[in-house]
Design a protein around this ligand. Structure first.
Ligand SMILES: CC(C)(COP(=O)(O)OP(=O)(O)OC[C@H]1O[C@@H](n2cnc3c(N)ncnc32)[C@H](O)[C@@H]1OP(=O)(O)O)[C@@H](O)C(=O)NCCC(=O)NCCS
Length: 138
């Protein structure tokens, strides 16, 4: 399996591929209904395609001015550790450099070792000044 055969397209996966890839990458599930509503509000998203199948994704959400959030970064486990996470982040950061105005904040929640990936793009941990908090809708 050659990573050179993987194409990055500036389009986010559809809800079915999104839910499938989150699951395959070991991320918490999102319902199809939540995905249908949420993906429609993506500011910018990318997909990695191998022979037409989605094997990676990442997107930017937010208000388009003050606050941006990098979200849903995932690579199919069969393809991890070969630079594809960096291809996704590189594409999203290029979009942010062009589209986010001065003074905007770009944030994300880093799960586990993924923080090493984001550190390469200038993201810094905000603890103890601030901590991530969330409320899970049942
Ligand atoms: C996080 C994820 C997207 C990274 O994708 P990937 O294709 O494996 O990443 P890459 O091969 O591009 O590696 C990216 C960099 O992250 C760093 N990295 C990744 N895992 C690491 C680890 N366990 N320890 C230290 N650094 C690590 C490496 O420094 C690497 O850069 P380098 O090769 O220049 O050293 C992928 O592992 C994934 O989908 N994980 C499951 C879902 C997930 O947790 N998503 C993130 C939610 S916040």
């Amino acid at each position: 399996m050659d990573v050179a055969s993987i194409e990055l397209v500036e389009r986010f996966p559809d809800p079915l591929d999104y839910c499938r890839l989150r699951s395959e990458a070991g991320m918490a599930p999102r319902s199809l209904e939540a995905a249908r509503r949420g993906l429609a509000n993506t500011l910018h998203g990318v997909s990695l395609l191998h022979e037409g199948a989605v094997v990676g994704m990442g997107r930017v959400i937010g208000d388009g001015g003050c606050f941006f959030i990098v979200s849903d970064i995932a690579v199919d486990p069969k393809w991890q550790g070969r630079g594809l996470g960096k291809r996704i982040m590189g594409a999203l950061m290029a979009w942010l450099r062009t589209n986010a105005p001065s003074s905007a904040v770009v944030s994300l929640v880093a799960d586990g070792d993924a923080r090493h990936l984001y550190a390469k793009y200038g993201f810094v941990e905000t603890t103890p000044h601030s901590v991530n908090m969330e409320y899970q809708v049942e």
